[in-house]
Structures are given as structure tokens and as C-alpha cells.
Design a protein around this ligand. Structure first.
Ligand code: NAI
Length: 350
């Protein structure tokens, strides 16, 4: 595998591999940019098909974090950690402690938080070993619903732009993935009067949404093809690809999942089909904004107020895209690159 030449490598500052045979930990930390500040990004644990797939994920996600922080005007760079292994069977406190020591050894160049396959409770274990683990639980031990709240704001902005509506009453939304973000997003949407279709590979999550919110259950293979107004991907990335593009019937794609576009050209393809795409890193920045607000004066109400600003950021991107007649993903990327180059970053490719 050629790493330095790969499209994903794209100017990364550091990629650090770490193994701890005693606990079975195999992990990668990718630091894409520290131009705006220390690299922030969640810690993902997943049963990757290969080490190369794990590296690819770390590189793509850490670059996405650089873009997310810059778009949200936060003083952070972009990074990401991946742990290779099925979190349901391989995650132990000993493994998490070893990961904490690894992150501490990077001396603050990389800060972590929960992500797919990890939880805020795991962050408590890491915090025993490192000063650089974030993520605050609410009174019930769950992560604060900030990411979902930001995605909700992004969906409202996209619906206003594409459908010309200021409310979500009766608007149909198909949610793929009912995890930390998707399940909470489903609640916000229901409270706003939206009609929901939901899918998850975990049937208990679908049953709960059906029972508690009246959502309609859909098979995970078809959720992207539902004739809803909005398709909200809230599971894994690359869901907008050559195959799904032919099948999507929604007029808005707006969700939490990172790296929703398989390739940047899929943003242009969505535009050609008349589908408004809310760039993932523009609307899923709530968790990162929350981390930026951590400290002795932490105030959840103020965090939510800041996260609500995602509505305006998304409208700005949509507005520019309309004026320039350009795909929203390219417009957002250009806005970020302008911000980064004003801080001296010159290595990021177009
Ligand atoms: P999670 O792991 O809690 O939930 C993911 C859900 O998707 C799970 O319920 C899983 O069973 C389901 N799923 C997996 N594959 C599926 C498939 N093929 N079809 C349907 N459902 C499937 O993850 P979380 O935290 O909710 O994050 C969701 C997405 O949002 C991820 O891409 C993550 O990177 C991204 N994200 C999360 C943030 C956060 O604050 N948690 C912040 C920014 C982005």
C-alpha cells in the first residue's frame, strides 16, 4: 500500500500506530492538521475488514475533523483515533486504559472523545490515564444530545432552503441508524411534527422508535430509497455512492454520519438530481462545539444555543451554492480552505 501518495493521506501531519499485546490493543491515531489548534476527533472502535481499511477510515475521518472545526470556527485541528476490533467482544477496561496511555504519550497533540463503538463511559476509563479525553455525560450517563440537536438544526435549514418551509410539520424523514445521534434526532423530529421511517441493523432500536415515536420500520437495505422528503444518514459513511444515488428519492440528504459521500463527485451528482445535500461536517459539529465549551463555566443551555447556530452556517453554505450554482460539498470545502489558508495552511489539496 502506498500511504504518502494516497488521496486520503492528503497532507496529514502525523499517523501513529500503536500495539499493546497484553490487552489486544491495535490502534491508529491520525493527526491531519494542527494549524488552528490541537487535533480533536473521536475514538472509533470497529471490526475493520483489514488494517488498511482502518487506516483509510482514520485518515478520512481526521481530515473531516479539520474541516469540521474550521467550518465551526473552533480553535482546533483535526485528528481521529481508530481501535481495530469488535467493541462488543474486544472492548475491556484494560484495553481502554492502554489506549489512554497511548493518547497521553502524544502529549496533547491529539484530544479524543466518544464515537462509533465507544461511549462517554469509556472516556471515564481513559481519563484515568490521560488528560486528553473529553465527553461529558448527562445525569443519566448518556452523552449530551448536542450532535443530534445540530443535525436537527441542519435539517431545518435544508428543508427551509429546498422545500421553502420554516417548520417540519408533516415533513417525511428517513433515518438510517438509531444510535447515539439517530435515536435522539428521531425524538427532536417527532416533537417537531415530522413523520419518520427508521432502519437499524439492531432490531431492538427500530422497535423502540416504532413503539415510542410511531416511526415506520424499514429494512436497512431500503431506507435510503424511501420516498421521504429527507434522507438522514446516521450510521456509517460512504452511503451516497453510485448504487444508492440511483435509488434515493428524497429531495434533501442531511444527517450525522461522517463522510457520507463515497467520492466528492457524488456531491455534484446529488445536485444534478435536484437533491440538496447538507455537507456532513457542517451539520454534525455539535459534539465538537460541546467539547470546545468544556471547562469550569460549562453551561449546557449555552452550548445548545451555540449549536443552534449550525442553522445559519448551513444556510450560508446553501446560499453560496445557489449563487455559484455549485455543489454544496465543494462550496463548504472552499470556505474551509479559505479559512485555513488565512492561518497559513497550504498543504491541503482541493
Ligand atoms: P452509534 O454507534 O451510536 O450508532 C450507529 C447506529 O447505526 C447503530 O445503532 C448501528 O446499529 C446502526 N447501523 C450500523 N450500520 C447500519 C446500517 N447499515 N443500516 C442501518 N443502521 C446501521 O453512532 P453515533 O454516535 O450515533 O454516530 C452515528 C454517525 O454520526 C457516525 O457516522 C458518526 O461518525 C457520526 N457522528 C457522530 C457524532 C457523535 O457525537 N456521536 C459526532 C459527529 C458525527
Amino acid at each position: 500500500m502506498t500511504v504518502f501518495d494516497s488521496a486520503e493521506f492528503d497532507g496529514h501531519e502525523d499517523v501513529v500506530f500503536h500495539a499493546d499485546p497484553a490487552t489486544g490493543l491495535n490502534a491508529i491515531v491520525a493527526i491531519h492538521s494542527s494549524v488552528l489548534g490541537p487535533a480533536f476527533g473521536g475514538m472509533r472502535m470497529r471490526a475493520y475488514a483489514s488494517d488498511a481499511a482502518a487506516l483509510d477510515d482514520a485518515l478520512r475521518l481526521s481530515k473531516g475533523m479539520t474541516y469540521k472545526a474550521a467550518m465551526a470556527e473552533l480553535p482546533f485541528g483535526g485528528g481521529k483515533a481508530v481501535i481495530i476490533g469488535d467493541p462488543r467482544t474486544r472492548k475491556t477496561d484494560a484495553l481502554l486504559s492502554a489506549m489512554g496511555r497511548f493518547i497521553e504519550s502524544l502529549n496533547g497533540r491529539y484530544h479524543t472523545a466518544d464515537d462509533m463503538g465507544t461511549t462517554v463511559t469509556d472516556m471515564n476509563v481513559l481519563r484515568e490515564e490521560t488528560r486528553f479525553a473529553h465527553g461529558i455525560a448527562d445525569a443519566s450517563g448518556n452523552p449530551l444530545p448536542v450532535t443530534a440537536f445540530g443535525v436537527f438544526a441542519g435539517i431545518r435549514a435544508a428543508v427551509a432552503q429546498r422545500l421553502g418551509r420554516d417548520d417540519l410539520d408533516g415533513v417525511g424523514v428517513a433515518i438510517q441508524g438509531l444510535g447515539n445521534v439517530g435515536a435522539r434526532l428521531a425524538r427532536y423530529l417527532t416533537e417537531a411534527g415530522a413523520r419518520l421511517w427508521v432502519a437499524d441493523i439492531d432490531p431492538t432500536r427500530v422497535e423502540r422508535a416504532a413503539d415510542e415515536l410511531g416511526a415506520r420500520a424499514v429494512s436497512p437495505e431500503y431506507i435510503h430509497a424511501i420516498a421521504a422528503d429527507v434522507f438522514a444518514p446516521c450510521a456509517a459513511g460512504a452511503i451516497i455512492n453510485d448504487r444508492t444515488l440511483r435509488q434515493i428519492r428524497a429531495s434533501v440528504v442531511a444527517g450525522a454520519a461522517n463522510n457520507q459521500l463515497d467520492k466528492p463527485r457524488h456531491g455534484a451528482a446529488l445536485k444534478e438530481k435536484g437533491i440538496l445535500y447538507a455537507p456532513d461536517y457542517v451539520i454534525n459539529a455539535g459534539g465538537l462545539i460541546d467539547v470546545a465549551c468544556e471547562g469550569p463555566d460549562y453551561d449546557p443551555a449555552r452550548v445548545l444555543e451555540r449549536v443552534a447556530g449550525i442553522y445559519d452556517t448551513a444556510r450560508e453554505v446553501f446560499g453560496r451554492a445557489r449563487v455559484e450554482d455549485a455543489p454544496t460539498n465543494l462550496v463548504a470545502d472552499r470556505m474551509v480552505r479559505a479559512r485555513l489558508s488565512s492561518h497559513g495552511q497550504s498543504t491541503i489539496a482541493a
